[in-house]
Design a protein around this ligand. Structure first.
Ligand SMILES: [Zn+2]
Length: 320
């Protein structure tokens, strides 16, 4: 299993190239997500620099890759030019990269070309921040011109096939074997990772957490859960907390008791916390019997009254 960092270019207030109501940032995220799904189906580990519509500074994208010791970094973009006739696909590597980097970029481009492109513009070199500051072998793919109507039609029509092609090219470059029938039965471990990633995606989408979707429960994910908890207490109960991601005395005092039968985002956060404490429960925002059992078991493990009611003391212990 290799670690591949997928970098959807632009995001948030940085739209990238624009053609009417079509924004490059959206196309980039769409393609990065499709490639992530295919690589994960193949059993590879994927880290996304963003998985929602948020702005991530260029240097931060490389830092995410370097922090995860990535085996490969792929940045997704779409091209634009003043002449709307300009079209085609090109793949960039950093100038003065080792020859293997050019071969990686060629592998990806070859697979995309098999699906079909209007014009294969080849592998090119440039001096781009995300390539220059990333330690892993890196490429920056310009998947057609958003300023060209025919390229946009190709992008829409071939999106899924391009994603598979890109995954194949990445895997060939990493010496991994692509298996078209992969993903039939996922082991318990990968199932848990999928749930962990879903939680991170949910935190990004609902609360703009900007987490790397790596399925790992680290300090950033914990802080994002505290911030989500504070945000919900403010919205549901007007708690007036500063949503700073720090579980302090004020947050504990503002916590409300969540009990069986409840259905809201506080339940979702409770379940996510229990899940990350290794309780095997669905994280669906519905407080049913299984959630109650998990709350009681957790309370017992922390010498709290095992009443199945998630109140301030239980949340304090869960966030600890
Ligand atoms: Zn771009």
């Amino acid at each position: 299993m290799k670690t591949i960092v997928l970098d959807a270019g632009h995001g948030g207030y940085d739209y990238g190239a624009v053609n009417g109501s079509q924004y490059e940032k959206d196309d980039n995220l769409k393609m990065a997500r499709l490639v992530a799904a295919e690589l994960e189906r193949q059993g590879e580990r994927v880290v996304m620099t963003r998985d929602s519509d948020v702005f991530i500074p260029l240097l931060q994208r490389s830092i995410i890759s370097n922090d995860h010791n990535a085996d490969m970094f792929v940045s997704f973009h779409r091209n634009a030019f003043t002449n709307p006739e300009a079209n085609g696909v090109e793949n960039y590597i950093q100038i003065n990269s080792p020859p293997s980097f050019a071969q990686n970029a060629q592998n990806v481009l070859d697979e995309i070309d098999k699906v079909g492109v209007l014009h294969n513009r080849g592998v090119k070199s440039n001096n781009f921040s995300v390539l220059r500051n990333t330690r892993a072998p890196a490429m920056l793919l310009e998947l057609g011109f958003i300023s060209n109507a025919r390229d946009n039609a190709e992008f829409d029509k071939n999106a899924n096939a391009y994603a598979v092609a890109i995954a194949k090219g990445i895997m060939r470059s990493l010496g991994e074997t692509y298996n078209p029938n992969a993903g039939g039965g996922s082991g318990g471990g990968s199932g848990r990772r999928d749930t962990a990633r879903e939680i991170q995606r949910g935190l990004n989408e609902t609360y703009g957490a900007g987490l790397a979707v790596d399925g790992l429960y680290g300090p950033a994910t914990r802080r994002a859960l505290v911030r989500a908890f504070q945000t919900e207490l403010n919205e549901l109960y007007g708690a007036g907390l500063v949503a700073d991601g720090v579980f302090g005395a004020k947050t504990k005092a503002a916590a409300r008791t969540v009990r069986r039968g409840a259905r809201n985002n506080l339940v979702y956060i409770l379940q996510a916390l229990l899940f990350f404490k290794d309780y095997d429960i669905a994280v669906d925002g519905i407080f049913g019997a299984a959630t109650e059992t998990a709350v009681k078991a957790f309370q017992t493990s922390r010498n709290l009254a095992a009443d199945g009611l998630a109140g301030p003391n239980t949340f304090a212990a869960l966030f600890n």
